[in-house]
Design a protein around this ligand. Structure first.
Ligand code: SF4
Ligand code: SF4
Length: 664
């Protein structure tokens, strides 16, 4: 074993390998992506023996693959972010009815905030909906331990198990002892054993539902005593009764996920402040609920006995609070429950240690301003205020990178549409940023692959408008092909713009079927998206270089003019894959300060100096290029009607709209 500083996702990957995982599949999505990538890296380094790891085309494909492996008896791991579980949900709900043979863990990372997601959905709710147990780590160390326990739990009860870290747990770091090498567990004798249990007929589903209910009851009960499970519902007591003061019953705090870590920090801070002030912290109890579903009701009811109040801290939904209310009601306890429902804690977004102290202070202030804990809480708040920085972070407007090929694609489509009434449907990926001014090229964004099918809805509802759908290459293979088949089958008049930058850029540059390179290092024949479009029956397909403004606009114009499903493949690599070219330069003598280069494409590398006075600018100021940002893509050069932007040697030099007008 070696002690290593690991990011949460790296730690979870090590834990899965140490548990003997044999098959790993997922789809990239922040904050979960590094789990699969770490396993692939360790495998490539020869440190993870016998494991198969892949990015699947989408989450549904990944989970179904994992299910097949688990039927054989292999330990199998699926990973995704919270919205990815929506895509895999069809497989998940049925899989739970069928059950598993090999330990099957679904690492589903939630994103409170949300920092990089379209929803703040709570996977603990999803787990309850699917009737699948969920473990909810507060820290990297807990997540590491829970991964191993999840495999054990899965095999013991024949159920898939969800491990749900949130962003701060996935991306925090901790020192852990990890194995230098790991070996995948051997399959049980004979591998897959054929039998009726693997075919989910309605009669079997009815029986299976009863089995699910039985095992959930058993697990909920085991949470109180079984060493494997009870460790994750940790109970601690603190505070002391002040000398001579009337004995107060202990105040109770319950928490789950990273909020439990924040509560621990807050309690430690309060204890320190109290010690420094020479005052006693009144008695309290704290329970971390690490097993959010099935809810450990008996454990919670025992914890609450004798406490007049409990306040519940958790991010996202009121899962623990609802469980506490149920436990209180069923046990007939006289406990007041505080949390999201009565506004005592945040009903959305991320929490923090500071927020926990504030919430406690607000609660006590409203309940009993003379409560002996108030001076200590006020002191803790004072300490936190000293540490807290109220300075706003530097603004980082969401904008496509300088040199991003999507900028040229959006600009070409906007030019091709001109004043024509159109709806522009975006999708999930970097290119959602095409929504920002001045491109203003994304009117809708719903979920993976939805742009293409939504465009068809607009086309049917408002036939007079042109409907254009933008989709990235990774999303194309993940979720778009069915929608394109629908457009061809039903003859919908849409234009699909495939923004092919040869990577899954938004989640860190993962490979996909269009690149052909697998996570295990094999170079397969890349699937040609253009050939797929053709095979699906799209009759008019154009191809264009988005940095060649004239060519890209002509292609967009032709595709948009076609009646029926058409497509343009805008192909140019992400800047992460292509070396930068020398930056362009703006000739201050020739620049008139018209700002056309800025208002057309909005490249963050182009700025404007209102104080600069060039001979042609007549006091308006002149544009300039930030050489540190410019990628030398050349897109802006032909836009200047006055030829003031000097293209970099070797940059794209297609004739753009601005130059055409200048010529005219
Ligand atoms: S388009 Fe040309 S003239 Fe106008 S601000 Fe930009 S560089 Fe200057
Ligand atoms: S060449 Fe122009 S458009 Fe391209 S990155 Fe540089 S400033 Fe931006």
């Amino acid at each position: 074993m070696t002690e290593k500083l690991l990011m949460g996702n790296e730690a979870f990957a090590h834990a899965a390998l140490e548990a003997g995982v044999r098959v790993v599949a997922g789809y990239p999505g922040t904050p979960s992506s590094e789990v699969v990538e770490t396993i692939a890296r360790l495998r490539a380094q020869g440190r993870a023996h016998g494991v198969s790891v892949e990015w699947s085309t989408n989450e549904k494909a990944a989970l179904e693959l994992v299910a097949g492996a688990a039927y054989c008896g292999a330990r199998a791991l699926f990973t995704c972010k919270q919205v990815g579980l929506n895509v895999a949900s069809d497989a998940l709900l049925s899989l739970n009815y069928v059950g598993v043979r090999g330990g099957t863990v679904l690492l589903v990372a939630d994103d409170p905030g949300p920092i990089s997601s379209q929803t703040e959905q709570d996977t603990r709710r999803f787990a309850a909906f699917a009737k699948v147990p969920v473990l909810d780590p507060a820290t990297v160390e807990q997540g590491f331990a829970m991964m191993g326990a999840a495999f054990e739990l899965s095999e013991r009860y024949g159920t898939p198990v969800i491990l749900r870290p949130t962003t701060r747990v996935c991306h925090a770091s901790a020192f852990l002892d990890v194995a230098e090498e790991t070996w995948a567990r051997e399959l049980p004798e004979g591998g897959f054993q054929k039998g009726p249990r693997w075919v989910i007929f309605p009669k079997r589903a009815f029986e299976a539902h009863g089995e699910i209910n039985d095992r959930l009851r058993a697990m909920a009960s085991d949470y109180g005593s079984d060493p494997l499970l009870s460790q994750f519902n940790e109970r601690v007591a603190g505070g002391v009764a002040p000398e001579g003061a009337p004995m107060r019953p202990p105040f109770a705090i319950a928490a789950g996920g990273v909020s439990a870590a924040y509560v621990r920090e807050a309690l430690a801070l309060i204890e320190r402040e109290a010690a420094a002030a020479g005052v006693a912290v009144p008695p309290y109890r704290f329970l971390q609920v690490g097993t959010a579903y099935p809810f450990p009701e008996q454990t919670v009811a025992r914890f609450l006995e004798g406490a007049p109040d409990v306040i519940v801290f958790e991010e996202l939904d009121s899962v623990i609070e609802d469980g506490v209310l149920q436990a209180v009601g069923r046990a007939g306890l006289a406990v007041r429950v505080h949390g999201k429902h009565d506004g005592s804690t945040l009903d959305r977004g991320e929490s923090s240690t500071r927020q926990v102290v504030f919430d406690l202070a607000r609660y006590f202030r409203s309940a009993d301003n003379d409560h002996p804990v108030m001076p200590v809480l006020e002191a803790a708040i004072g300490r936190l205020e000293l540490l807290h920085c109220d300075e706003p972070l530097p603004p980082r407007p969401p904008v496509l990178c300088a040199g991003c090929p999507h900028r040229g694609s959006f600009y070409a489509v906007k030019r091709a549409l001109g004043k024509r009434d159109a709806v522009l449907c975006g999708d999930i990926g970097c290119y959602t940023l095409g929504n920002a001014a001045p491109l203003d090229a994304v009117d809708t964004c719903l979920c993976m692959g939805a742009g293409i099918t939504m465009a068809q809805g607009f086309a049917v509802a408002e036939p007079g408008k042109k409907c254009v759908a933008f989709v990235g290459d990774s999303t194309f293979f993940a979720s778009a092909m069915t929608g394109i088949a629908n457009a061809v089958y039903n003859g919908h008049d849409i234009t699909v713009c495939l923004l092919d930058n040869a990577t899954t850029a938004m989640t860190g540059g993962q490979q996909h079927p269009g690149t052909g390179l697998t996570l295990m290092g094999q170079q397969r024949r890349p699937i040609d998206a253009e050939a797929v479009l053709r095979a699906l029956g799209v009759e008019r397909i154009l191809r264009a270089d988005p940095f060649d403004a004239a060519q890209a606009e002509a292609a967009a114009r032709e595709a948009i003019g076609f009646e029926g499903p058409s497509a343009v493949v805008f192909a140019a690599p992400c800047i992460q894959l292509a070396p930068p070219k020398p930056p362009v330069a703006i000739d201050g003598e020739a620049c008139t300060g018209c700002k056309r280069c800025i208002s057309s494409i909005g490249c963050p590398a182009i700025g404007f100096d209102a104080a600069a006075a060039g001979p042609a600018s007549k006091g308006r100021g002149t544009a300039f290029v930030d050489e540190a940002l410019c990628y030398g893509c050349g897109l802006c050069a032909p836009l200047c009607p006055f030829g003031a932007i000097q293209p970099a040697p070797g940059a794209a030099s297609g004739k753009g709209a601005g130059q055409e007008e200048a010529d005219a």
